[in-house]
Ligand binder design. Structure first.
Ligand SMILES: CC(C)(COP(=O)(O)OP(=O)(O)OC[C@H]1O[C@@H](n2cnc3c(N)ncnc32)[C@H](O)[C@@H]1OP(=O)(O)O)[C@@H](O)C(=O)NCCC(=O)NCCS
Length: 326
């Protein structure tokens, strides 16, 4: 049976670190408040001259190196992002050019923080359907450029970075076992960027009204995230006739420590099974799961045959899960 297997992981983050203590000097907040309410201690911020494609390309290069796959062998490049280099062309096309992945089809998807799981699902279907044999799925963001650094409700949560996987058609039992994707557009106003699209184009008025920045209703998002992520995790397990005790490692979207803890508790997972790195990176949206995956993988936390569960939630609203036998 042909399955889609993750054969390489990679990640890349900016060098520049912005700590909670730095934020204390920018908005009315404290390290104690941010740590207690979110679990975040610091985040990475892109420097001038660094773009979403910069980190996407570096993460992809590292994933290709681990997989032992040449860029020229890649059939498909999917970049999940809400902070593309340009409205068009797709950041995936820039990555294709940077890598020299000449035969790859390349496009972006905008599913906010669920983008990586969405991209993985699309790549899995392309590979099992036979239209691609080797693909790159990348989650990459430079959110710092759409954050209002005077808004204490949002500026402490987000960070920049990228994660990537190489996926390949393989025979056998190892690989992606299932993906489940969901959305509910009736909640679109809970988390969005008002400006720079066709409703509020990038003109002076949009800038003056500060509509270029991300806005969020944090409390509502929090409650919906816990419920949706629990449902998506259980759906993945039920589909594969597994129980939470079968999970070797749970890699959830890294938005808020309290959201992750609540889901871990509902699933009955011990802290040793739940991978968390948001203390160092904050919420990197589409990059968060592949960034955490790469750290866990290179840190020796994932072994052959392990059951790995990805669980995502984001603006849209969008959410979903992917279950993998490593
Ligand atoms: C944003 C978030 C951290 C706020 O935490 P919260 O516990 O809901 O906090 P509240 O907004 O209810 O605010 C509680 C109090 O802290 C204050 N406060 C808010 N932001 C603060 C800050 N940065 N520093 C200090 N105090 C702050 C509020 O004014 C409020 O004070 P009050 O009780 O005197 O009115 C939380 O709602 C969250 O993480 N939501 C999910 C966001 C998310 O993950 N989005 C991405 C999804 S992919």
């Amino acid at each position: 049976m042909t399955r889609t297997r993750i054969t390489g992981t990679g990640s890349a983050v900016p060098e520049n670190i912005r700590t909670n203590f730095d934020l204390e000097k920018m908005v009315d907040t404290t390290d104690e408040w941010i740590t207690t309410r979110t679990g975040i201690r610091e985040r990475r911020i892109a420097a001038e001259g660094e773009y979403t494609s910069t980190f996407a390309t570096r993460a992809a290069e590292r994933a290709l190196e681990m997989a032992g796959v040449a860029a020229e062998e890649i059939d498909l490049i999917i970049v999940a992002t809400i902070t593309a280099d340009f409205p068009f062309p797709a950041t995936a096309c820039l990555v294709q050019s940077n890598l020299g992945a000449k035969k790859a089809a390349a496009f972006d998807i905008a599913a906010a923080c669920s983008g990586f799981v969405y991209g993985l699902s699309i790549a899995d279907n392309a590979i099992r359907g036979g239209t691609a044999r080797k693909a790159l799925v990348i989650g990459a963001e430079v959110l710092s450029r759409i954050i209002d650094w005077t808004d204490r409700n949002t500026c402490l949560l987000f960070g920049d970075g990228a994660g990537a996987v190489v996926v390949e058609a393989c025979e056998g039992e190892r690989g992606i076992l299932s993906t489940h994707l969901h959305s509910d557009g009736s909640y679109w106003e809970l988390l969005y960027q008002p400006g720079c699209g066709s409703r509020n184009p990038a003109v002076q008025q949009t800038l003056d009204e500060r509509k270029i920045f991300l806005v969020m209703q944090g409390n509502e998002v929090f409650k919906l995230a816990v419920r949706a992520m629990e449902d998506a995790a259980l759906q993945a397990l039920e589909t594969n006739r597994l129980t939470p005790s079968d999970i070797s490692i749970f890699i959830p979207h890294q938005a808020n420590r309290r959201i992750i803890d609540a889901i871990g508790k509902r699933l009955g997972l011990g802290a040793d099974k739940v991978y968390v790195n948001l203390d160092r990176y904050g919420n990197t949206s589409a990059a968060s799961i592949p960034l955490a995956l790469d750290e866990a993988n290179r840190g020796g936390r994932i072994n052959e045959g392990d059951i790995v569960l990805f669980d995502a939630f984001g603006g849209g609203l969008t959410w979903g899960s992917a279950l993998v036998r490593w």
